[in-house]
Structures are given as structure tokens and as C-alpha cells.
Design a protein around this ligand. Structure first.
Ligand SMILES: C[S@@+](CC[C@H](N)C(=O)[O-])C[C@H]1O[C@@H](n2cnc3c(N)ncnc32)[C@H](O)[C@@H]1O
Length: 186
């Protein structure tokens, strides 16, 4: 998808929350937290035009699975058309509803949840629903990675997961805070 088409999607839908796809610098920085040497199940919330998804598919093993949860219909159709890979499943649903759509065999077995959805647009109960669903699908020791425009996720993440680290990535429009959160960190 061109940058102009991405911008047009943003203009039509405030939930897109960004005028341009994430920079390659930021994609690599966020994904440096992922161990690509092993088969994995990774769920991505808000893939947009697939800037992370394409990078993930290049690096993932043939036995890995990538599940994309995208609310915006235009992005969903674009992803369906452009990511024709047997490792990928794509759903046009809200992140908070992930448990109802995910293969039941994957619940509690997901290694990574990567999220670009604008949590700051969600009210407090909805934030909690998304975080609780995320915790429920992750395996013990699984990792939740979220790139966000501010530090507002610290409190809700602490309430649900009890831990977080953040990193700041200034070389992106907008600059992002990257949250790194473990399920049942030891
Ligand atoms: C900031 S954009 C990030 C897009 C892309 N991942 C990137 O890095 O360029 C946020 C994305 O989250 C999607 N989104 C927003 N709310 C969502 C929700 N509740 N569930 C799933 N996707 C959502 C938007 O449609 C958009 O694709």
C-alpha cells in the first residue's frame, strides 16, 4: 500500500491513529525482542498495511504461525490480497475479541503478542478486556510487545501483568514507547 493510501485510510478512520506506516528502524527495534530461531505462534494486533507482518514473515521459521487481527476493513482486504502465505491467518475483528476467533488449540500457547493498536483511544474497561485477553492467549513466559505514543499503558499493564519495561524509539513518526511485558515473569 502506498503512503498516500495509508494516509487516506487514516483520514477515513480515526482508529488508524497514524498518518504513515511505522519506520523500518522502529520495526527492527521492536522485533529485536523476538527469538526467530524457533517455531512460534505470534499474534499481531493492528497490522495496518503489514509493515511488521512482512518483516516477521521474512524472519520466521516455516513452522511458525502469524495471526493478524485488524479492525479496519480496507487494511484487512489489503492484507488478504498481499500476504498469501500458509503461515498467516487474518481476522477482521477487534483485538479484545481475539479469544473468540483464535484456533482454540493456540489459547495459552501464543509466544508473542505484538500490538500497534492505539490503546489511548480505548476506555478503561475496554483496555482491561484487551489486556486480559492478551494474557489469556499467551503461554507462561510469553511476551507482549506494544508500541504506543505515550506512557499511558503503564498502569493498566501493571494491573493485569504486574511487570513492564519500556524503551523509547524517537526515530519514527510518531515517536513510540515500546512496552515489553511478560506473562508471569519469573
Ligand atoms: C498506529 S496503526 C499501526 C499500523 C501498522 N502496524 C504500522 O506499524 O504501521 C494502528 C492499527 O491498529 C488498527 N486498530 C485500531 N484499533 C484496533 C482494534 N481494537 N483491534 C484491531 N485493530 C485495531 C488500526 O486499524 C491500524 O491498522
Amino acid at each position: 500500500m502506498s503512503k498516500i493510501d495509508f494516509l487516506k485510510t487514516f483520514i477515513k478512520d480515526r482508529d488508524v491513529a497514524s498518518v504513515t506506516p511505522t519506520s523500518q528502524h522502529c520495526v527492527k527495534k521492536v522485533c529485536s525482542n523476538i527469538d526467530f530461531s524457533k517455531d512460534m505462534i505470534l499474534v499481531e494486533y493492528g497490522p495496518g498495511d503489514g509493515v511488521f507482518s512482512r518483516y516477521l514473515l521474512e524472519k520466521m521459521t516455516p513452522g511458525s504461525k502469524l495471526i493478524l487481527i485488524e479492525l479496519n476493513k480496507d487494511f484487512y482486504v489489503h492484507l488478504k490480497e498481499t500476504l498469501q502465505d500458509p503461515r498467516v491467518e487474518i481476522f477482521n475483528v477487534r483485538a479484545g475479541d481475539v479469544e473468540s476467533f483464535l484456533n482454540p488449540d493456540y489459547i495459552g500457547r501464543v509466544d508473542y503478542v505484538l500490538s500497534g493498536i492505539p490503546f489511548s483511544f480505548l476506555d478503561k474497561p475496554r483496555k482491561k478486556i484487551v489486556l486480559e485477553a492478551t494474557k489469556s492467549i499467551l503461554r507462561e513466559g510469553g511476551l507482549f510487545l506494544a508500541y504506543q505514543t505515550s506512557g499511558h499503558l503503564k498502569k493498566p499493564v501493571m494491573e493485569v501483568f504486574g511487570n513492564f519495561e519500556t524503551d523509547f524509539v524517537p526515530l519514527n513518526l510518531p515517536p513510540y514507547f515500546v512496552y515489553k511485558v511478560y506473562k508471569n515473569a519469573v
